[in-house]
Design a binder for this molecule. Structure first.
Ligand SMILES: Cc1ncc(COP(=O)(O)O)c(C=O)c1O
Length: 364
């Protein structure tokens, strides 16, 4: 007689539809030799910053400042905003999650671009919010189609600029036109995790548009250009009305004292950190040119990563990279995203890509 399965704790059915987070390509064990899958800074923290962490370490028996007061003020000063327009979180994903939680009522929908940051649909599913994914048009966010996808039930519209994974940038004019089309009762969240890498003269941060558009929220992170991915700090800027509501859904004490101290130090050392970003931008140009010369159809990227639209060949290319110890991110049937990392890691990737003819998928 077949044995009945042992009773087990029951979980929400939606969890069965959510793939577990896949930080790397998953084709090798342990840390990848060449980490080009997570769009991290390849630079080690500045020594001055590390020294400051020891200062915060002396108080580890105490809870952190739950309001992140000093950091909130420093971020507000940095962006010419008021402190009541700023919210700090344990990485910008925590703030994105808070946004979903704050609007998730039965029947609510979120409009988001696709392909874009992989966590958007996951956060929506966890919050019980129905997604309306809007395909990119030629690698760019299709803002008219996104505006057309908004209904009475839409509570959030997500924009990502530069867009992860394609690197496309939303320009000022199209952003303003879009914001004018979205009803003031629906939040527009502009994810600017990679904004510091944008060099286009039409690049415009949503932060400059906040006063004129109270339904706009901009998220930023210390994980990329500021090199603090390991500490988990991000921030959000928006109208005080929005920030007050989001405070209520964020866990208190979520941002550690060490993370707060490090982010303050990063702002103080910003000039030096942004010079490193310039180096990454130069590397991005070098990699992009080399990949195009090797026959890859690489679109211009405004982030610290490049997009290879390999279609059905994406998974095979990702596996090939993994087999050589190079972690990249493949999006099934769509393409492969490679981070702009250290020069030796980039060179290893370019050498592999240049051997395209021997790959299971050849460049288009
Ligand atoms: C578009 C985008 N937004 C947000 C994040 C999350 O950043 P954080 O480390 O601040 O949670 C990422 C991380 O890769 C990202 O690509």
């Amino acid at each position: 007689m077949p044995r009945k399965p042992a009773p087990a704790p029951r979980f929400r059915a939606v969890l069965d539809s959510i793939p577990g987070y896949r930080p790397t390509e998953g084709v090798y064990d342990g840390a990848p030799a060449r980490p080009l899958s997570a769009n991290e800074s390849p630079h080690q923290p500045l020594p001055d910053l590390v020294e400051e962490l020891a200062v915060a370490g002396a108080d580890l028996n105490r809870y952190p400042d739950p309001a992140c007061s000093r950091l909130t003020q420093a971020i507000a000063r940095r962006h010419g905003a008021d402190p009541d327009q700023v919210l700090v979180g344990a990485g910008s994903v925590a703030l994105l999650q808070a946004l979903f939680q704050a609007v998730a009522e039965p029947g609510a929908t979120v409009v988001h671009p696709w392909p874009s940051f992989e966590l958007y649909p996951v956060l929506a599913a966890l919050a019980g919010v129905r997604t309306v994914p809007v395909p990119l048009a030629g690698g760019h966010l299709d803002l008219p189609a996104m505006a057309a996808g908004i209904t009475d039930a839409t509570r959030l519209v997500l924009l990502c600029s530069p867009n992860n994974p394609t690197g496309a940038l939303i320009r000022r004019r199209e952003l303003e036109d879009f914001l004018d089309r979205v009803p003031p009762t629906c939040l527009v969240v502009l994810d600017e995790a990679y904004f510091e890498y944008a060099r286009d003269e039409d690049a415009c941060s949503g932060i400059a548009l906040l006063d004129a558009h109270p339904h706009l929220v901009v998220t930023r992170t210390f994980s990329k250009a500021y090199g603090l991915a390991g500490l988990r700090v991000g921030c959000l800027l928006g109208a005080p009305h929005t920030v007050v509501h989001l405070h209520k859904v964020c866990l208190p004490y979520a941002v550690s004292s060490v993370a707060q101290q490090a982010a303050l130090a990063a702002l103080r050392l910003e000039d030096e950190l942004l010079r490193r970003v310039d180096e990454t931008v130069e590397e991005r140009t070098r990699m992009c040119e080399a990949l195009r010369a090797a026959g890859f159809d690489v679109p211009d990227s405004h982030g610290n990563f490049l997009w290879l639209p390999l279609g059905e060949g994406s998974a095979a290319f990702g596996e090939r990279c993994g087999a050589e110890g190079i972690a990249v991110r493949s999006f099934a049937h769509e393409g492969v995203r490679v981070s702009v990392g250290s020069r030796p890691d980039n060179d290893a990737f370019l050498a592999l890509a240049a051997r395209g003819g021997s790959l299971p998928c050849t460049p288009r």
